[in-house]
Structures are given as structure tokens and as C-alpha cells.
Design a protein. Structure first.
Length: 295
């Protein structure tokens, strides 16, 4: 299969089966097309001829050209998820992108993921096994609703209202709140509940939404391990609270009212939520510095 054909099929998959945003699709296409053009100049025109060294050499050439580390990381993540998808769909005998290293981010960058990085993380989970379905549903819910890891671990089936797109959670101080769940997260949860969770149910299974291979409730520690492992596969260092930070920051960037974000996060004091105004300003300053000609 040619590299352009592989890219077209992958973008179609992201759009139709994963429902990922147009902006995310554009970002992936730009990253992969950059590699495709680089590879074409070296007579690498089909996916079968690509090796991990070619991917590494391409990223190194980007670095030599003065491209920012943050952009190269996004390029690397796009290539990793593309070749993982090709291997999962049997277009390639193995995932040649496994082990591809990306440059570290500058320590001055804010501790929150960009929307594209979140997209890469979620797109990297190919829902094949019950555990794949579980992990994808959990991460989608983390990001869609900004839950604390303890709230996710303790979530029960009766708290979910997927038809209406809400989850009822009990947070700190034993306070209950209603939080919206986006369409993509609802779809992932439905697939987990219909095709994944039933295969793990045992006599020990209770009413918790997320369960492990023995059918029992997952601990907060196990959720942290799941998030870290899935993120590491695309070159990210992520913990559950980082997804909660990203949820709030992206809402604020999109124009959401701070009071609304406070309610969804379950903060007792608005001062706790105001930290995201500082994070957002820092992120905007970094974007300006990176892309403005006199930044």
C-alpha cells in the first residue's frame, strides 16, 4: 500500500469510526504528509518499505531544520499511531513505529496537554480486546468530564445516563454533582458496556463501571498505571490529573464560563478554579512565542 493511500484510509478511520475532530484530522494529515514528502525524495513510496530508522531520520531532519520540539513530538505521535493502526489492521506484519523516540518538551511548557496531544492519546487505543474498550472508555470519560481518578474508580452503572449524556458523581466532602459526558465518550462507554465489560464479569463483579480481568473494581492506582502505559505508547508522560487539567484548560480556551467549569470540576471555592486562567495565559504566551515572527 502506498503511503498516501495509507494516510487517506487512516484519516477516514479517524473521522468515521473514531469521530475525532476535523482539527485533529488536519494535524495528523499534515504530520504524515510531511513524512510522506520526505520519504518520497528517498524512493520510499509504500508502507512496507518504511523502517523505524526512516521515521527517526525524518524527525532528526525536522530538528535540524529548526522545528520546535513540541511540533516534532506531535509529528512523532501521528506517525506512531498511523503505523500501530496499519499493524492492527494487518496492512503490515508488525508495528514498525513501536519504540520511536520523540524529543522532550521544554520544562517551561505548562503542565497540560494540547488538544492535539489528547487526540493522539485517544486515537492510539485501537478497541479490539475488552481491555482496549475499557481503557478507551475510561480515558474518554476522564477527558470528557474532568473527573478525579477516585470518582472514576468509584463510578457505578446507576450513575451513568448515557442517553441524556450525563454522569452523577460523588466527590470530595461527599458532595454529588451532575457532569456532562460528550458524544464520543458516550459512544466509547456504550461499546465497553455492551461488548467489553460482559466478557470480564465474574461472581465477584459489583456495579462499578470499570472492572479488571478478575471482574472486580479497579483501584485508583490501577487507573494511574493504565493512563501512564497508554500515554507512554505515544511518547507522552500523563497522569489522570493531567487529563483533568486539560479538560478545564480546553473549556476555558473555548470560552466556557469559569463558574461553569468550577461546578463541573466540583471545586468548593472559585479560587481553586482560577488557576486555569493562569495556565491558559501561559499556554497562549507559549503559542505566541512559538509562532509569531517577533515572538
Amino acid at each position: 500500500m502506498s503511503l498516501p493511500d495509507a494516510l487517506d484510509r487512516f484519516i477516514l478511520f479517524l473521522a468515521t469510526e473514531r469521530g475525532l475532530s476535523v482539527n485533529y484530522q488536519i494535524s495528523v494529515r499534515q504530520s504524515v504528509e510531511g513524512f510522506t514528502q520526505w520519504a518520497g525524495r528517498r524512493d520510499l513510496t509504500d508502507v512496507e518499505s518504511v523502517r523505524i530508522q526512516h521515521l527517526s531520520d525524518h524527525l532528526l531532519s525536522r530538528k535540524t531544520d529548526g522545528v520546535a520540539n513540541a511540533t516534532i513530538r506531535l509529528n512523532a505521535m501521528a506517525l506512531k499511531i498511523l503505523f500501530r493502526w496499519l499493524a492492527a489492521r494487518k496492512f503490515l506484519p508488525k508495528d514498525i513505529g513501536d519504540g520511536l523516540m520523540a524529543p522532550r518538551l521544554d520544562p517551561s511548557l505548562p503542565q497540560t496537554l494540547t488538544e492535539v496531544e489528547v487526540g493522539h492519546l485517544l486515537a492510539s487505543i485501537e478497541p479490539v480486546t475488552p481491555l482496549d474498550h475499557r481503557d478507551l472508555a475510561a480515558l474518554e470519560l476522564f477527558y470528557a468530564s474532568g473527573l478525579r481518578v477516585s470518582e472514576l474508580a468509584n463510578a457505578t452503572l446507576d450513575q451513568l445516563s448515557l442517553e441524556e449524556g450525563f454522569i452523577r458523581v460523588t466527590g470530595k466532602g461527599n458532595k454529588t454533582r451532575i457532569v456532562p459526558v460528550g458524544r464520543t465518550a458516550c459512544d466509547a462507554l456504550n461499546r465497553w458496556l455492551e461488548t467489553g465489560r460482559p466478557k470480564l464479569v465474574s461472581k465477584k463483579t459489583g456495579s462499578h463501571v470499570f472492572i479488571g480481568v478478575r471482574g472486580t473494581k479497579l483501584t485508583t492506582k490501577r487507573f494511574e498505571q493504565i493512563v501512564a502505559t497508554r500515554a507512554k505508547a505515544v511518547g507522552l508522560d500523563v497522569h489522570p490529573h493531567l487529563l483533568r487539567h486539560s479538560f478545564a484548560t480546553h473549556l476555558l480556551s473555548g470560552g466556557a464560563d469559569l463558574r461553569v467549569i468550577q461546578e463541573m470540576l466540583g471545586h468548593a471555592n472559585i479560587a481553586t478554579t482560577q488557576i486555569y486562567t493562569h495556565v491558559d495565559k501561559k499556554r497562549l504566551k507559549q503559542v505566541h512565542k512559538t509562532f509569531h515572527p517577533r515572538g
